[in-house]
Design a protein around this ligand. Structure first.
Ligand code: XMP
Length: 373
């Protein structure tokens, strides 16, 4: 189907529904924005667009998104961070965080929908979201009907998902055809649960702050390299040495492998795994071999392999720089970045004395996921 046919079909589909008022939840990413712009084309002023500030957004994100969308889609920013913090701070398990996040997200939306008398919700769910959720890889925050949640009974609205059969590259085509600003089209994807799933392991405000600051640095420093996604994640710098894994990489240099205490998600076969994160420290004989480390180390339940770039004398947290190249986000490669570039980014991150060490994640998807939780 051509892009124009996709658009016409979606618009006609929405116009044929008995809609008095629909609410669109915008994150500022290409999926939710495109879904809302489509809905506005179909419904005009019967669409109300809101941006929920979950408290897990990046630095200045709510105001930036509102500014970006000025002129194309008026949005209302709703500050709901206290509800989100109340529900997820202190949680450690990845799936638990995602499930609780989703509950609060839709409860907040349900309240707004009732306030405005809207009984429809437009959202930017795309094909990989529900494929991965149904496949048990992870609970994507915006997948409800496909896993049997009846939104009318539970939240008081029916769903409109005009992009549910599309992949990211098709969504970008639709966005272009609709005149969505290129900064939104080219914005890297940002997960619905936001930084809550990048503050890996126990979710605390301090860890969240570390992730937010480190993310700003990584996004700024790696922003013009043509990457598909690039960000930072953080967790406690607490490791145990693994002699067995160290033996697997003796041919690549003077290396020591450690396992972090936290766990992170990966994909094995068709399903999600939740396993160990390996940290490789020491000198590689050849830098290019950093990109081969995962072949020797993603055995057993190891899902991510990180090469250590810098280490200080104090601090509690480890920060991982994550960068990937991908078309469809179902599989992803690690870009061949040079060591000096990465070390310079790591040094800037290390200027926060709460950070003990910084590394670069060298694991493709599969066996890792792009995110850690
Ligand atoms: P993973 O970590 O599964 O991520 O390899 C694949 C892509 O999906 C994004 N992602 C999400 N997007 N809600 C979203 O809207 C979510 O809950 C979510 N989790 C992951 C991730 O950033 C990557 O682009």
């Amino acid at each position: 189907m051509s892009t124009i046919e996709i658009i016409n079909r979606a618009v006609e589909g929405m116009r044929s529904l008995p809609i008095n008022c629909a609410l669109a939840a915008i994150s500022g990413g290409v999926d939710s924005t495109t879904a809302a712009v489509l809905a506005r084309k179909a419904l005009g002023d019967r669409l109300r667009a809101v941006f929920i500030d979950t408290g897990f957004m990046r630095l200045n994100e709510p105001t930036h998104v509102k500014e970006l969308l000025k002129g194309i889609l008026p949005i209302e920013v709703v500050d709901a961070h206290e509800q989100f913090y109340g529900a997820v701070l202190g949680l450690s398990n990845a799936e638990e965080k995602r499930i609780r996040f989703r509950e609060v997200f839709y409860t907040v939306l349900s309240g707004i929908a009732k306030k405005y008398g809207c009984d429809w919700l437009v959202q930017g769910t795309i094909a990989p979201d529900w494929i991965e959720t149904k496949g048990g890889i992870k609970t994507q925050h915006n997948v409800l009907e496909q896993i049997g949640i009846d939104t009318s009974t539970k939240y008081g609205f029916k769903l409109i998902e005009p992009l549910r059969e599309l992949y990211k590259d098709q969504v970008r085509e639709v966005a272009r055809a609709l005149g969505v600003p290129s900064e939104i089209i080219n914005r890297q994807p940002f997960p619905g649960p936001g930084l809550s799933i990048r503050a890996v392991g126990e979710l605390t405000l301090e860890k969240l702050d570390i992730v937010r600051r480190s993310t700003e640095i990584v996004e700024r420093r790696l922003g013009d390299m043509g990457l598909s996604q690039w960000f930072a994640a953080a967790w406690e710098y607490s490791t145990m040495p693994s002699d067995e894994l160290s033996r697997n990489v003796v041919n690549l240099g003077d290396l020591h492998v450690n396992l972090f205490k936290v766990r992170a998600t990966g994909v094995k076969g068709d399903s999600r795994s939740y396993g160990h994160v390996a940290l490789v420290k020491g000198r590689l004989t050849k830098w290019d071999d950093a990109y081969e480390l995962h072949r020797y180390l993603t055995i057993g339940d190891v899902t991510h392999v990180i090469y250590g770039l810098t280490e200080g004398d104090s601090g509690k947290y480890f920060v991982s720089i994550r960068a990937v190249l991908t078309e469809d986000f179902m599989t992803a490669d690690v870009p061949r970045l040079d060591r000096n570039t990465l070390v310079n980014v790591a040094r800037e991150i290390m200027s926060d004395n709460r950070i003990a060490a910084v590394g670069f994640d060298v694991t493709p998807k599969p066996p890792a996921t792009i995110e850690y939780e």
